[in-house]
Write a protein of this length. Structure first.
Length: 331
């Protein structure tokens, strides 16, 4: 049975963000081409919802459909409206959120983190919202650990994302968490979006205009992607870009939002995940093929990224599970 995602639309909803869950989850398919998710949209009372644009949207369901949800997504509201503080929700909305089953996953897109926090759902947990509102959020909700610099925060049951496109990243993250990188990457291709931006990537990246056409690090990033199995030092990358290490590091972070070392490590983990899902290579062979060399190092990075060992990840997501279950490596 497909996973049921229910999107809750509140007054002031942003139409772009309202459509993100259906767009991303709707393109997640199994090997037979069947949808892995079913997406419904609801409002309180099933009433038409005013958007932050010059139109109103009608939805097919009222809040009773939330009882059937495996995941509830609270869509973004207009950032210019007054956001609720502790205890600031209407009795109607508070009752709707309180009725969500304790095992149901709950996701906020951008400013709807204020709604979850006002309901007390984020107390003692990490969260994020649009970078321009993080100070206000932290002031209103001192019991929440606000992270101003990330695209999304995954607490397990409750997840929050930053603004606009970060909602796409979070939805793809959930597809990847549920079904693996291959399914998420295919969904991203169908949506014509980048397949993966790590949740810890900076929300706001300043991209200075280059002084010369060859001053970008784009070519060096492509060069590195083709050589992930090889040692790639910071000096190697800077040399290829024809920059000093200091200049390269500064420009790389400005363009990508991560240090060169962080970026290379993430690309290696991505490649390792793909190989674990789609090949029968041993973990030692995958470690060498992705530049980690030692399977213990690969294990450390994979556990840090997804919370699983290589063997556990393969058991969960590989299309060659019988061989994986036999145990190619005990790592």
């Amino acid at each position: 049975m497909s996973h049921h995602v229910v999107v809750l639309a509140l007054d002031g909803v942003k139409p772009f963000d309202l459509g993100i869950p259906a767009q991303v989850f709707g393109h997640a398919l199994d090997a037979a081409g069947e949808p892995l998710y079913r997406v419904s949209t609801c409002s309180i009372g099933g009433r038409p919802v005013r958007t932050n644009q010059d139109f109103t949207v009608s939805v097919a369901h009222d809040e009773s459909v939330l009882a059937t949800a495996d995941t509830v997504v609270v869509a973004t509201q207009d950032s210019r409206r007054e956001h609720p503080g502790p205890g600031g929700l209407s009795g109607e909305l508070s009752a709707v959120l309180a009725a969500i089953a304790p095992e149901t996953r709950i996701v906020s897109l951008c400013t709807s983190a204020f709604v979850l926090a006002a309901a007390g759902l984020l107390d003692g947990q990490g969260a994020t919202t649009h970078w321009a509102l993080c100070d206000e959020f932290a002031h209103r909700f001192p019991l929440v650990d606000v992270n101003r610099n990330v695209l999304f925060v995954d607490n397990g049951r409750i997840l929050t994302s930053a603004g606009a496109a970060a909602g796409i990243d979070l939805c793809l993250h959930l597809v990847r968490r549920d079904h693996g990188a291959a399914v998420a990457n295919a969904a991203a291709r169908r949506c014509v979006v980048a397949p993966w931006r790590e949740g810890g990537q900076a929300q706001f990246v300043e991209i200075p205009l280059p002084d010369h056409a060859d001053s970008s690090t784009t070519a060096t990033r492509q060069w590195a992607l083709e050589r992930l199995a090889e040692p790639l030092t910071l000096a190697d990358l800077a040399r290829h870009a024809r920059m000093s290490v200091r200049t390269f590091t500064r420009r790389f972070r400005a363009e990508v939002g991560q240090s060169p070392q962080q970026w290379v490590a993430q690309r290696r983990v991505d490649h390792a995940r793909q190989l674990l899902e789609t090949t029968q290579l041993s973990v030692s062979e995958i470690a060498r093929a992705t530049g980690f060399a030692d399977p213990v190092v690969l294990r450390k990075h994979l556990r840090s990224c997804v919370g699983l060992t290589p063997n556990a990840y393969r058991l969960a997501y590989s299309s060659t599970r019988p061989m994986a279950a036999a145990g190619l490596d005990r790592v």
